[in-house]
Design a protein around this ligand. Structure first.
Ligand SMILES: C[S@@+](CC[C@H](N)C(=O)[O-])C[C@H]1O[C@@H](n2cnc3c(N)ncnc32)[C@H](O)[C@@H]1O
Length: 389
């Protein structure tokens, strides 16, 4: 439930409210049909991805000033340009495609493609794996406008290809993959799930049976004498493992907010990392207006690196977003351009600062790269400080 110190959330418009009610009814039906209790991961799957209703599957504006949150590619084109330099290195080495997971508004694809075109290292295809039909349409409109002559190079796909050669990029995707919530309480492990209560949805814990989830909780946060709540994201690990197994040559790069395991499951982080984003307010109530807000959890990058290795890939590096972008050449990109255009240059500098500033996105956001068949240092890690996983 929202804590007294949490922000007051704006009231939605009547049509948005009605949409939320439809999704809430859909989730309530699922709870009744599935034994009156669903795991939190199931709730998150429905609330974000229920076809036609979930946050990412329906039409509300999510990205940018008028939406709920702002991501790095929306803040500055420098983000995609740095990735273009990185992609160019990989494409020159192994050829193949760019595959972007969760392309959001499409702005990253547009800025990256434009720069690759300028550099003469266009991929064979630009593949976009997008689970939301609505976002797909927005991406198609934007990319058709920006590249009317090259639109045939963009291909939207529903599932991962059987083999991937080239570069895979996912910015802020793992944090919206449904996670399990595990509660260590009164000296035992319980899984937090969702039930129907008088006032709507409510949390209820069930004892965790012996199995993979319990084993992970036991190793991540051993039994202790105070209550502790955290997330485990097997679905995100499965996604990483599959990409690692599918990548025949090239690099996959995942960017997200998160930590290595020892920080993720730090004893003091006893309330987990679940966050909800609604019109630029961040709060902790996942039951507020289902379908109108994003729900995210930070990423345990140690678990993701292990999953990549289980998929047979080599981990090439793990660093902060700031180090990665600077190592790709952010400073050179910012200082380039027409010196007489002072205003646009200042804007460029402040956007770039938001990407790398330690109290902005530079340190909380991390970059993990893994792959196969690259026998030279990866550009984004060449001069970066490697963090311990
Ligand atoms: C927070 S948005 C980030 C969008 C964009 N990458 C950006 O940085 O602006 C998350 C995106 O991931 C997508 N997504 C969620 N699960 C996915 C999955 N399993 N595979 C591919 N995309 C997924 C969502 O539909 C959404 O487009």
């Amino acid at each position: 439930m929202p804590q007294p110190s949490e922000p007051v959330l704006p009231t939605p418009a009547p049509d948005a409210w009605a949409h939320s009610q439809r999704l809430a009814q859909h989730i309530a039906d699922a709870i009744l049909a599935e034994g009156e209790w669903i795991a939190f991961s199931r709730y998150m799957e429905l609330v974000l991805y229920a076809p036609g209703l979930g946050y990412y599957a329906a039409g509300a504006r999510k990205f940018g000033v008028e939406g709920d949150f702002v991501t790095s590619p929306e803040i500055s084109p420098m983000f995609a340009k740095c990735f273009a330099l990185q992609a160019s290195q990989v494409l020159k080495r192994v050829g193949g495609d760019v595959l972007e997971l969760g392309p959001g508004s499409g702005i990253f694809a547009a800025d990256l493609f434009e720069m690759l075109k300028e550099m003469g290292t266009l991929p064979e295809r630009y593949l976009l794996l997008e689970v939301s039909p609505d976002l797909r349409e927005r991406q198609r409109v934007l990319l058709t406008e920006r590249f009317p002559d090259d639109i045939a190079r963009f291909t939207w796909i529903d599932r991962l290809p059987e083999k991937i050669r080239g570069i895979v990029i996912a910015n802020e995707v793992l944090d919206v993959v449904p996670c399990s919530l595990v509660h260590r309480v009164d000296g035992r492990y319980r899984e937090s799930g969702v039930i129907l209560a008088e006032a709507g949805f409510a949390f209820e814990d069930q004892d965790l049976q012996d199995g993979e989830l319990k084993r992970r909780a036991e190793s991540a946060f051993p039994l202790g004498d105070y209550d502790y709540l955290s997330e485990v994201n097997f679905a995100a690990e499965a996604l990483v493992r599959t990409i690692a197994a599918t990548l025949e040559a090239g690099v996959a790069i995942f960017v997200d907010y998160g930590f290595p395991e020892r920080e993720y499951y730090h004893p003091q982080r006893s309330m987990g990392t679940l966050r909800c984003h609604y019109r630029h307010r961040v709060h902790g109530d996942p039951f507020f207006m289902p379908g109108l807000q994003d729900i995210t959890a930070h990423v345990d990058f140690s678990a993701m690196a292990r999953a990549a290795e289980q998929g047979g890939a080599e981990v090439y590096g793990f660093t902060t977003q700031a180090y990665f972008l600077i190592s790709c050449g952010l400073a050179v990109l910012v200082s380039a351009g027409d010196p007489t255009r002072t205003l646009s240059k200042l804007k460029g500098t402040s956007g770039a600062y938001r990407l790398i500033g330690p109290s902005e996105m530079g340190e909380l956001f991390k970059v993990l790269a893994f792959g196969r068949g690259i026998d030279e240092p990866i550009l984004g890690f060449q001069s970066a400080r490697h963090l311990q996983l």
